[in-house]
Ligand binder design. Sequence first.
Ligand code: NAP
Length: 315
Amino acid sequence: MVRSENTTFRPHKCSRRLALSQKARQPGFLISGTTKLVGLLGWPVEHTMSPVIHNTAFAAAGLDYVYVPLPVKPSDVAAALTGLKALGFAGVNVTVPHKISVMNCIEKCDRSAELVGAVNTVVFQDGVATGYNTDMAGFINSLAAQKVTISGKNAVLLGAGGAARAVVCGLLEGGIGGLVVGAREERKAVEFVACFADKNRLAGCDWQKQSFAQALAGCDILINCTPVGMYPHQEEAPLLDWDALNPGAAVCDLIYNPPVTSFLAQAAARGHKIVGGAGMLVEQGALAFSLWTGAKAPTDVMYEALDKVLADKCR
Ligand code: NAP
């Protein structure tokens, strides 16, 4: 596998609402012989909201693209990548459980994918498949969109899984001052942080230990990277010693369904600034949109589409 030149992800400025132009297509448009194809490779993919977000964005931007779900079993990933290339797909998003295995099926990896050790976006160009990770910058852009700054600050994570890895890489790239990763088993937190070269700014511990409470006291940004509180278990929340947390800390959740989790509701009730996972979902999608099309993504339209689909699901 060869490394491609670095891709610099810059936070999108909060774009103005993109009015549907004359040439923009309405959702429900006709697919033609020139329509370019993109999609989501995962297993399963029935739950995905990405087709609505991306197809609304393509329509708003007047781009002749369509985004389709692509359910692919783990054993078929390599064959699927070959097939997508042969079919002339412009690219795909990649989700669970293929984000790591897909790295063995593509020709090149961008620095973002190498840093995270996982691919969530593939671009097919001139017969070459290049993997990117837009989760990392997507999370950072979602903080920037809410005016949460990271340079020189201290962050605390709950959870040490795949999404936490992209978050840690993004925070380190963004100049975080210190980072404590808490997990329900100390061994997992310690093994997790050991994977990163940057040892000085990172520590892992059991989130029930006193040292974790100390980390909460000095924390500027607290991030839930566990699935605790995700639909259909939205009444659940990670257990936290809220009294130990710095009252000025911003509190984030990677979960986007529901948009405001019980965890975030508890934080808001205590006066913390909150950032939900919808931002990361839209911002990583916006970066993928730009990689496929070369155009700036209409993020406001994408946020609106996600709000609408989430509201419909909650009805
Ligand atoms: P993952 O790889 O399975 O990791 C989950 C982490 O949470 C692990 O550290 C796990 O610990 C911990 N955990 C799971 N259940 C727990 C519980 N009941 N109590 C305490 N800890 C628990 O999952 P992931 O891919 O990182 O995803 C995590 C969350 O992020 C999901 O809700 C996902 O939907 C969300 N996400 C959002 C976006 C976005 O765009 N907004 C993107 C990616 C992921 P153990 O190892 O001990 O089980």
